[in-house]
Design a protein around this ligand. Structure first.
Ligand code: NDP
Length: 250
């Protein structure tokens, strides 16, 4: 468990925080002193997370129930306005939500699933970056925007279809945004590749795998905390693996 107050006073939004890695990241940021906003579709899971955070004597997170798949650009604009109303500025955002889609060949890939994955993993990420950046740029600290990639976003792999293509797009979105922001921007953007991690998505991708053979979300939080915190203010435009990452090597 992280006990330092390295994010004290930071307003942080975690998109896709009802379960898995995003939930653990939200807890990690709250334990490091952040004021949290949590977003997903499953309100009861978000309420449960909120109760846990309050029970630990941390902040009282603001819940946003928001379906990344079904919204149009105006909804994203409004979401940013709600975030602004909640916290005036934004000091960090972790864009963690994704869909796995189908694990099948391109020949068999269902078109509706393809579009669904692209909507959540690509289009929604673009709209979040577009509408959250102005808030991050008003932060009085060095704000951090983190996107979530995958090893299949760097090297295509058979039967990973839309998910793999969407993660290549995530890497490109991060690189384009980092170049546009430039070296002197107060906002930095980076990608994290969590690597194989014990979650519902991992179990769906590898049903034959023994879940105890892969790391838990808690095991990979060092990089999530480092990249969100002022410790990493000079890290920009990078795509970094969370597995085996260690602060000493940073
Ligand atoms: P999970 O499937 O366990 O969690 C995904 C999260 O995204 C949930 O909180 C879910 O909330 C949210 N989400 C999904 N669809 C939507 C939507 N339409 N609108 C709003 N929120 C949505 O995933 P993981 O924790 O395993 O993965 C987290 C990230 O890490 C993903 O980007 C994934 O691609 C990446 N990753 C994971 C790996 C792994 O081994 N686990 C390996 C490499 C990368 P809800 O259902 O409540 O909406």
């Amino acid at each position: 468990m992280h006990t330092s107050n390295i994010l004290n006073g930071h307003s942080i939004l975690v998109v896709g925080s009802s379960e898995g890695i995003g939930r653990e990241a939200a807890l990690t940021y709250a334990r490091a002193g952040a004021k949290l906003m949590i977003l997903a579709r499953n309100t009861s899971a978000l309420e449960q997370l909120k109760r846990q955070i309050i029970a630990e004597g941390l902040c009282s997170p603001r819940i946003f129930q928001f379906d990344l798949e079904s919204k149009n650009e105006d909804d994203y604009r409004q979401l940013a306005q709600h975030v602004e109303a909640e916290s005036h500025t934004l000091d960090g955002a972790l864009l963690n939500a994704s869909l796995l889609g189908a694990r099948t060949t391109l020949a068999d890939y269902p078109w509706d699933t393809w579009q669904q994955v692209m909507q959540v993993n690509v289009n929604a990420q673009f709209l979040l970056v577009k509408h959250l950046l102005p808030l991050l740029q008003r932060s009085s600290t060095d704000a951090s925007l983190i996107l979530t990639t995958s090893s299949v976003g760097r090297q295509g792999r058979a039967e990973w279809g839309a998910y793999s293509v969407s993660k290549f797009a995530t890497e490109a979105l991060m690189q384009i945004c980092a170049q546009e922001l430039g070296e002197n921007s107060p906002v930095r953007i980076n990608c994290i590749n969590p690597g194989g991690t014990r979650t519902a998505m991992r179990a769906a991708a590898y049903p034959e795998e023994d879940p105890s053979s892969v790391r838990t979300p808690a095991d990979i939080m060092d990089l999530y905390l480092h990249l969100m915190s002022p410790e990493s203010s000079d890290v920009r435009g990078q795509s970094i693996d969370a597995q085996n990452w260690n602060r000493q090597k940073a």
